[in-house]
Design a protein around this ligand. Structure first.
Ligand code: ADP
Length: 451
């Protein structure tokens, strides 16, 4: 693609170059015109002046010429003695030294011109001094100043042209890309340009529209998927309850017991236990879909989280003792008030504690501690069990993630429990993480802001 931008730059540089040339020429012409005008003004007819001097004297001759204030004339002989003068600082009889005379004629320190014109016989000559406008340095400085000022103006014009065509559009592109990158897909980058930046702008604008469309489609299909799972898990619940109920009725029924067929009995137990497992899975799936679908905030009430945790943990004491699990609780007296949905919050804590009991054998301990720090409630639930391998740290809260090992297979979990827990904690404005620094088992840390 022939780059219009490089053409644009070439045009800009050419404009700049032409401007500078034009300025240089203008400056030279101006300077020339100025000096010409000075010369015209100061054009003295020396022949006429000599004639007038001879016929009517020096004063007449001098004043007939276009002399100006500060000009003067002297008639000097070959010994540099002033024979006659008009307006001169030197009166008749003044004698120049040779050095003084040469300096006056040739030195550049004098501001004016010294003309020397011999009067026919060469014994005498006229020394004419013209003062006005002969400050070469000043004039030169003035024109250099004008040149610099005009060059500066040319640079400003150039910068404006470049800015309008290239810099401003690039700035708008950067601003737009940053906003679009932040997810503001409705932002439309706007500028008019005839180069490649216009194509870039159109492409970015249409790309952001496409991304927005895609996101809309993805969200819709995601929501459809969740709805489908929610509906299926809801619809499957009733037949599963029937399977569990009827199989349990048959297991308990005397007719089947009297029938005394071990195969039938075993088959019924398998149907029943699988039904129970499937029912648990479907219930958790239903619960997860429900939380995911429910985009708004959950219903909460103000409650003392210390009290809530104490009541929850007391419920486990017997179970811990029956199973030989050591435990320790460190809950502050409180109150620490939180906006909390008690049922859901308890469900989140249950998931973590029940997992500890489910995935660990005897001879391990469970510790629950809680503290309030910098307006944050921090709850840590740790066990000294088998732990979760480090590589699961970032995914363990995703649905359907289970640690792959032979022991886990016997528990037949759904892999949804921790995902439900995370959603519940997030709905409370908090976070949950697995402490990767904890080596002796699992340590889940929940953090929630409080008042
Ligand atoms: P589920 O228990 O239904 O499989 P979860 O989401 O509750 O699903 O847990 C995900 C996985 O994390 C479990 O399958 C288990 O492998 C592992 N896990 C959770 N808690 C513990 C724990 N306290 N000790 C060891 N492994 C655990």
């Amino acid at each position: 693609m022939g780059s219009k931008i490089s053409r644009q730059f070439a045009i800009n540089y050419m404009i700049m170059f032409l401007l500078i040339i034009a300025l240089a020429v203008t400056t030279i012409l101006l300077q020339d015109a100025y000096f010409t005008s000075i010369e015209e003004k100061a054009s003295i007819d020396t022949d006429e002046m000599i004639r007038d001097y001879k016929s009517n004297g020096l004063e007449y001759a001098f004043n007939r010429q276009p002399v100006e204030k500060g000009d003067y004339i002297e008639v000097i002989d070959n010994d540099y003695k002033v024979l006659d003068s008009v307006n001169s600082p030197n009166s008749k009889g003044y004698v120049y030294t040779l050095r003084e005379f040469n300096e006056m004629i040739f030195s550049q320190d004098y501001l004016g011109y010294h003309y020397v014109e011999y009067i026919d016989d060469s014994d005498r000559f006229m020394l004419l001094y013209m003062s006005e406008g002969r400050d070469y340095k000043g004039v030169l400085m003035f024109f250099i100043g004008v040149f610099i000022a005009l060059s500066f103006m040319a640079a400003v014009v150039y910068a404006n042209v470049t800015s309008k065509k290239i810099i401003t559009p690039i700035g708008k592109l950067v601003e737009g890309v940053v906003l679009i990158g932040r997810g503001d897909y409705d932002f439309d980058i706007k500028f008019d340009s005839s180069n490649e930046l216009e194509i870039l702008k159109d492409s970015i604008n249409s790309m952001s529209k496409k991304i927005k469309q895609e996101i809309g489609l993805r969200e819709k299909s995601e929501s459809n998927r969740k709805k489908l799972i929610l509906n299926i898990s809801h619809d499957v619940k009733t037949p599963l309850t029937n399977i569990i109920g009827y199989s349990q009725t048959l297991i308990d029924s005397n007719e089947i017991k009297e029938f005394n067929c071990e195969d039938v009995q075993r088959a019924l137990e398998i149907i029943n236990s699988n039904g129970v497992l499937a029912n648990k899975l479907i219930q958790e799936l239903f619960e997860l879909s429900h939380i995911e679908m429910d985009e708004g905030p959950i219903k909460t009430e103000k409650a003392d989280i210390c009290e809530l945790m104490r009541i929850k943990l007391i419920q486990y004491v017997n179970e811990f003792e029956d199973n030989g699990i050591d435990y320790s609780f460190d809950i502050p007296d409180g109150p620490v008030i939180l906006d909390v949905n008690k049922i859901k919050f308890e469900r989140a804590i249950d998931n973590i504690i029940q997992n500890s009991m489910k995935y660990n054998k005897r001879d391990f301990s469970i510790d629950v501690s809680m503290k309030s720090e910098n307006s944050k409630v921090i709850i840590a639930i740790s066990d000294t069990g088998v732990g979760i391998p480090k590589e699961y740290n970032s995914i363990i809260f995703e649905p359907m993630v289970r640690v792959e090992n032979s022991r886990n297979r016997e528990f037949g979990g759904s892999g949804l429990g921790l995902s439900i827990t995370r959603h519940i904690i997030e709905k409370h404005g908090g976070t949950i993480s697995l402490d990767s620094a904890y080596e002796s088992g699992c340590r889940f840390v929940i953090e929630i802001d409080h008042f």
